[in-house]
Design a protein around this ligand. Structure first.
Ligand SMILES: Cc1cc2nc3c(=O)[nH]c(=O)nc-3n(C[C@H](O)[C@H](O)[C@H](O)COP(=O)(O)O)c2cc1C
Length: 204
């Protein structure tokens, strides 16, 4: 059975949020077209996600080496390993996120930090880092109020860069953009984007 993990990095209501509307449109279309899949949903803003820092870095190292952890390191590793194992177990992953203050919500940055584990998601070789998840399929759903040139965009590009480190190449990207920049066309931009989102879900 295919397991599909749906990650939402937004706790605004669908009424107020375009990226949450995208998440909902993708999910309902996906459920209709993939009735046999097992679906797991995580809203990162409903989780307790400690930041990467000294305790987590030490805990990551000690866990990987089979060493004894302090109670604080152990508590953080339980959270890190839960999300890491859930990501590894998924055949497909959908990540919905807004552009907030030029980048991704901080919780998504923190979540991606948890996935950077040598011998789990990548390995070091003489030629550099090699990703270990070449078979995973990912869909990125992003909404941004303005229109951005590719080289000035630090949310979708940021997430893609992480996925590339993990060796993930099969990435579908759906973006709704410009609905704040062009208020007179806002409604049609969002409606067309949501139609594309629902269609992409059928093909994913
Ligand atoms: C806190 C916050 C920060 C934002 N920062 C930006 C930004 O830097 N650039 C931009 O084009 N739009 C920005 N926007 C607009 C969002 O990109 C827009 O609302 C988009 O639909 C994604 O957010 P949403 O899913 O919550 O609607 C921001 C919106 C909020 C609420």
């Amino acid at each position: 059975m295919t397991t599909t993990l749906f990650i939402k990095a937004n706790n605004r209501s669908a009424e107020h949020s375009v990226s949450v509307k995208m998440y909902d449109a993708f999910l309902s279309s996906y459920k209709e077209s993939h009735p046999q899949d097992s679906i797991v949903e995580v809203n990162l803003l409903h989780e307790q996600l400690p930041y990467l820092g000294a305790t987590m870095i030490a805990g990551n190292y000690k866990f990987a080496q089979g060493m004894t952890l302090t109670p604080e390191e152990e508590a953080e590793q339980r959270i890190v390993r839960k999300h890491l194992e859930q990501f590894l177990a998924a055949d497909k992953v959908v990540i919905a996120f807004p552009l907030w203050n030029l980048t991704v919500p901080a919780v998504l940055h923190t979540y991606l930090d948890y996935l950077h584990q040598p011998r789990k998601t990548f390995k070091y070789t003489a030629e550099g880092m090699v990703g270990l998840l070449p078979d995973k399929k990912v869909a990125l759903l992003n909404a941004r109020g303005g229109v951005y040139a590719d080289h000035e965009e630090f949310a979708v590009n940021f997430v893609k860069k992480h996925l590339q480190v993990f060796g993930i190449r099969d990435i579908t990207t759906i973006v709704i953009e410009g609905h704040n920049q062009f208020p007179d066309r806002s409604h049609s931009i969002i409606m067309e984007g949501l139609r594309n989102t629902a269609l992409a879900a059928k093909l994913f």
